[in-house]
Design a protein around this ligand. Structure first.
Ligand code: AMP
Ligand code: TRP
Length: 338
């Protein structure tokens, strides 16, 4: 069999459930923008069908989808360069998702830590969709034959599952059709932690608003949350080794580095020896300088939701033009009569 070489194509998605956090920005969106600007083909989705694996109020879901699109654009994604759309407008995702539900094994899905975290103790009451979610995520990626997926560290396991699904499909049908996708998990903030508890991921679903910086927070809220963020009593070390075992200190330095586009060592070369009382205001100023233009632009874009909907519709048209032929070929491979 001749090996198919897939041209580089980037796909990623974020759930429109609740607002965007600094974790989403540094772990995902900021890197979506740099990949777009590197000239490779980029497709970025608002995965609304994933969002409803947990109940969403319909009006909130609509608003969160538009706000996520506004966030993408305000952060630097350009609808003329990247394909931006919401998942439910491209039905090929759901159709390929079903086929992949028949490829993925129960045992594989049983190992997914995100399901265990999200379902919590009451697993019997979790939706079936929450359990089978990774098969849909694999379809999101593979229906575009995407080769690279920028995500935060927490999504690594799902990308590995995507690779397993592609390999099993190719093997079971004797084809070399789906690419084995690479996760792109890089930068200084692949896992931004809660500002209140350095052992927990910063998340839009954390009950405490003080644990996270929201992309819509104003300058005062950002400064206050950083001032109150958990740190430790020691001063800042002058190199990364000195951060070992200091989870909260590490988190704040990582955030600074990612916002400033510097390495952790470069940051520490500048601020080593300072106390947190001095470093936190520097971090707050930097965060406000980087985030407030984005939140201002998001608010402006949200005033014309029709414009956002237009962008999503035309993005969906572009997405369908890629996804539909790949789905059709998949159906042929599987043996569906058309
Ligand atoms: P979600 O909000 O769960 O849909 O996540 C969307 C994207 O943001 C995924 O690529 C996540 O890995 C990334 N992400 C979410 N929270 C964080 C965090 N605290 N640190 C780094 N990346 C994150
Ligand atoms: N599972 C991702 C999350 O919870 C969201 C997602 C859905 C995704 N489909 C995707 C990310 C495809 C990358 C590629 O954050």
């Amino acid at each position: 069999m001749t090996e198919v070489v897939h041209t580089p194509r980037v796909f990623s998605g974020i759930q429109p459930s609740g607002g965007l956090t600094l974790g989403n920005y540094l772990g995902a969106i900021k890197r979506f923008v740099s990949m777009q600007d590197s000239g490779v083909e980029t497709i970025y989705c608002m995965v609304d069908m994933h969002a409803i694996t947990v109940w969403q109020d319909p009006a909130d879901l609509r608003r969160a989808t538009r706000e996520l699109c506004a966030g993408y654009i305000a952060a630097g994604l350009d609808p003329a360069k990247s394909t931006l759309f919401n998942q439910s407008q491209v039905s090929a995702h759901a159709e390929l998702g079903w086929i992949f539900s028949c490829v993925a094994r129960m045992g594989w899905l049983n190992r997914m830590t995100q399901f265990k975290d999200k379902a919590g103790k009451n697993r019997e009451n979790a939706s079936v969709g929450l359990f089978s979610y990774p098969a849909l995520m694999a379809a999101d990626i593979l229906v575009y034959h995407a080769t690279h997926v920028p995500v935060g560290e927490d999504q690594k396991q799902h990308i590995e599952l995507t690779r397993d699904i592609a390999a099993k499909f190719n093997h079971d049908y004797g084809v070399d059709f789906f690419p084995i996708t690479e996760p792109v998990i890089e930068g200084e903030a692949t896992r931004v932690m809660s500002l209140r508890d350095g052992s927990k991921k910063m998340s839009k679903s954390d009950p405490s608003d003080k644990s996270r910086i929201n992309m819509t927070d104003g300058a005062d809220a950002i400064a206050q949350k950083i001032r109150k963020a958990k740190s430790d009593a020691d001063g800042l070390p002058s190199d990364a080794d000195g951060l070992k075992g200091r989870t909260e200190a590490t988190n704040l330095v990582n955030i600074y580095a990612a916002l400033a586009d510097m390495s952790v060592d470069q940051v520490l070369a500048d601020v080593g020896g300072k106390q947190f009382s001095e470093f936190k205001p520097m971090l707050a100023d930097l965060a406000v300088a980087k985030l407030s233009p984005i939140s201002t632009e998001m608010a402006r874009l949200m005033q014309t939701p029709d414009e956002i909907d237009k962008i999503l519709r035309s993005g969906a048209d572009k997405a369908r033009a890629i996804a539909d032929p790949i789905l059709a070929q998949t159906l042929d491979i599987v043996g569906m009569v058309r």
